[in-house]
Design a protein around this ligand. Structure first.
Ligand SMILES: [Zn+2]
Length: 237
């Protein structure tokens, strides 16, 4: 009776093993890895765009600093022109000529700034596009993570139920027999006990020889026998 009871224990143990394995191969794990890979790919592309944007911004800043310096010089020259301290016609003409050169240079640089701003515009759009994609991947990942948590919780509940049922089933089995079962289970890929169905061991699916079968048949019904092929504990009908 306790041997048959051990078969019930084995069924629960096998179910728990299956559930534990199932928990490690949930499709969500692959989906999460895919999301992470996608995010890394987008981040790399975004990083490249951000570098281009940064370089353009630096150039724009450099030109704007140049413009500020030129404006400063123009203000000074203008002050000199109208201060009254310079009176010689020739000197005034020289100042005016300098002012014209500065104005022309400033205009040239400002044109470059405009060109840079035009070049920056599509890069900014690109960055915004990458940010939107990253947000989309993050949202998708959060959904998958939630689904993973749900799947894990479902399996954990099943494992808990199987574990409770196993505890109920094992309660009447003698301790030495449990130890023997555990030893066989550990050595034989999780299956320590099997039914002998007519002459076939349901653990290894091999048929006992006529001699072995005859020997097994003659043993008392409560004797603990092992399959001569796979070593599993045999449960006779
Ligand atoms: Zn066997």
């Amino acid at each position: 009776m306790t041997l048959a009871q051990l078969l019930v224990v084995q069924a629960h143990d096998s179910a728990i093993d299956r559930l534990r394995h199932q928990r490690t191969v949930l499709p969500e794990f692959q989906a999460l890895a895919d999301c992470d890979e996608e995010r890394a790919h987008i981040e790399t592309q975004r990083g490249e765009a951000a570098e281009r944007r940064h370089a353009l911004g630096r150039e724009q800043k450099r030109h704007e600093d140049d413009v500020a310096l030129i404006e400063e010089r123009r203000n000074k020259e203008n002050e000199r022109l109208y201060s009254g301290t310079v009176t010689a016609h020739k000197d005034l003409q020289a100042i005016q000529a300098e002012l014209d050169v500065l104005a022309e240079r400033q205009e040239g640089i400002e044109d470059q700034v405009l060109e840079l701003m035009e070049a920056i515009e599509p890069v900014d759009a690109e960055l915004a596009d990458f940010d939107a994609k990253l947000a989309e991947v993050a949202a998708r990942r959060a959904t998958v993570a939630q689904s993973l948590a749900d799947s894990e919780a479902t399996i954990d509940a099943q494992i808990e139920a199987e574990t409770a049922a196993r505890a109920d089933a094992i309660v009447d089995v003698e301790a030495p027999l449990v130890a023997e079962y555990e030893r066989c289970r550990a050595d034989l890929g999780g299956v320590g006990i099997a039914r002998l169905n007519q002459k076939t061991c349901e653990g290894c699916h091999l048929q006992l020889s006529a001699v072995d079968y005859d020997r097994v048949r003659k043993e008392p019904s409560d004797a603990v026998l092992h399959c001569p092929e796979c070593e599993r504990i045999l449960v006779r009908d």
